[in-house]
Design a protein around this ligand. Structure first.
Ligand code: ZN
Length: 150
C-alpha cells in the first residue's frame, strides 16, 4: 500500500471511516452489484428513482479505502440528479481519475469528487475509484449484469 502515499487525503479517509448512505435500501427502483477483481472491491448499489431523477441512493460492500470513499461520495453527489446529469458527471470523473481532465479538479461540477484527482497517478487505483460508477450505470440500465472493471 506504500504506492498510495499522498493519495489518502482527509476527505477520502473520512468517507472510508464513516461511509455515507451505507445501508441496504428497501423498495429500491433498481440495484446492481459490482466487482473489481484486481483489488477485490465489491459493491452493491441501490437507487430509488422518481421519474428521471435519482431520489435516493445507498450502497453496501467491502473494499479498499478508495472504493469505499468513492461509493460514499457518489451517493452524496448524485442524489437529486437526473440520469443525464449522472452520466455527465461519470464522464468528468472518469476524465479526472485517468488524468485526461485538468488536474486539481477545477471543474466546479465535480465538487468533492475532485479529491480523487490524485488517483490518476496510480493507474491500478483507477478501477477502485470508478467501480461504483460502473455499477451505478448498470443499475440505471437495469441490465441485471454484475458490473466488472475488467
Ligand atoms: Zn480497491
Amino acid at each position: 500500500m506504500s504506492d498510495l502515499h499522498g493519495l489518502y487525503q482527509e476527505v477520502i479517509l473520512d468517507h472510508n471511516k464513516k461511509p455515507r448512505n451505507f445501508r441496504k435500501m428497501e423498495g429500491a427502483s433498481c440495484h446492481a452489484d459490482g466487482y473489481n477483481p484486481l483489488c477485490g472491491d465489491k459493491v452493491t448499489i441501490y437507487v430509488k428513482m422518481e421519474g428521471d431523477r435519482i431520489r435516493d441512493l445507498s450502497f453496501q460492500g467491502s473494499g479498499c479505502a478508495i472504493s469505499t470513499a468513492s461509493a460514499s461520495l457518489l451517493t452524496e453527489t448524485l442524489k437529486g440528479k437526473t440520469r443525464a446529469e449522472a452520466e455527465a458527471l461519470f464522464e468528468k470523473f472518469h476524465g479526472l481519475v485517468t488524468g485526461k481532465e485538468p488536474k486539481n479538479g477545477k471543474d466546479p461540477q465535480l465538487g468533492k469528487l475532485a479529491v480523487f484527482s490524485g488517483v490518476s497517478e496510480y493507474p491500478a487505483r483507477v478501477k477502485c475509484a470508478t467501480l461504483v460508477w460502473h455499477t451505478l450505470r448498470s443499475a440505471l440500465n437495469e441490465s441485471g449484469e454484475v458490473a466488472s472493471t475488467e
